[in-house]
Design a protein around this ligand. Structure first.
Ligand SMILES: N[C@@H](CCC[C@H](N)C(=O)O)C(=O)O
Length: 287
């Protein structure tokens, strides 16, 4: 079978985008993983699938598969690519669309200057809902629980890091580091991703505070490894920093692949993610 796809990226977080409205798409996790493989397949951090909406009032359904083939709840950079894709393919005439995801409804909007802003919905901060198992731990400061100790086993050595836990539909553990370029992302990222206190695994964020409205961020993504940018990771980092009183909205986030901007008015309010979405090429592959 021939499958048409579009290769896109958002600040270097790269995607295979597939129109599953006009093509029959029903793949196993192993097939998604094969398509995302950088040596034997097309190569991507995530695969984004555009489907017909199942809920009234929604324009499309958006499904996301990580590089490892697993289906996940949310992808912020992907949401920007998604609205650009459906516009370029003529699947909608709207600049702002309403999209159903496994994590709820989001609303991306094409801006006149070519960037995309996504209403990502409100962050979830209750540890059990991340999900994060806080049993036996005390969060800091007491009562607000914006910071949690996480014990990592590093080849016989034990190290404790302090993380904020935030769900943007998908789980994030964000820590502040002194220098993001020197942070042990490759070493501790996988340990945090698979830490037993995160039963659905987690995306591990490392942020350096540059000013009250500017951070540098690296994210070791669940199911994909370190990516050049992570949209939900940027939202989670900004939310964590604002909740801890370290940052003010809007926050400029410099990832290794580009710049994102995050606006958040506080608890219960939606997070707005703005950044680029770029089409790289179109292709067809036999699957
Ligand atoms: N790159 C994404 C996040 C993709 C999903 C993530 N790896 C997960 O497993 O939750 C983004 O831009 O948000």
């Amino acid at each position: 079978m021939k499958l048409k796809f579009t290769k896109m990226h958002g600040a270097g977080n790269d995607f295979i985008v597939i129109d599953a409205i006009n093509q029959q798409v029903d793949f196993t996790a192993a097939q998604w993983q094969a398509l995302a493989d950088r040596r034997f397949g097309i190569g991507a951090d995530q695969i984004l699938v555009v489907e017909t909406a199942s809920q009234p009032g929604c324009d499309f359904r958006y499904r996301i598969f990580n590089n490892d083939g697993g289906e996940v709840e949310q992808c912020g950079n992907g949401a920007r690519a998604f609205v650009k894709f459906v516009a370029e393919k003529g699947l909608t005439g709207k600049a702002q669309i309403t999209v159903e995801t496994k994590a709820g409804i989001i609303s991306p909007r094409l801006e006149s200057e070519g960037s995309v802003t996504v209403d990502m919905g409100a962050p979830v901060l209750e540890p059990a809902a991340i999900p994060f198992d806080a049993d036996g731990l005390s969060g800091q400061p007491e009562g607000r629980d914006t910071l949690w100790p996480l014990l990592l086993e590093l080849g016989g050595e034990r190290e404790q890091v302090q993380v904020s836990v935030v769900s943007m539909g998908n789980p994030h553990a964000v820590q502040v580091v002194a220098d993001v370029d020197l942070a042990p992302v490759e070493l501790t990222g996988p340990l945090i991703e698979h830490h037993p206190r995160f039963p659905k695994r987690v995306n591990a964020g490392f942020m350096q505070l540059m000013s009250r409205q500017h951070i540098k961020l690296r994210v070791f993504e669940r199911g994909a490894g370190e990516t050049l940018a992570c949209g939900t990771g940027a939202c989670a980092a900004a939310v964590a920093g604002i909740r801890r009183g370290l940052l003010d909205s809007p926050v400029t986030v410099d990832a290794r692949g580009g710049r994102l901007s995050i606006a958040w008015a506080g608890e219960g309010q939606p997070v707005y993610l703005t950044g680029p979405a770029v089409t790289v090429f179109e292709g067809e592959i036999t699957v």
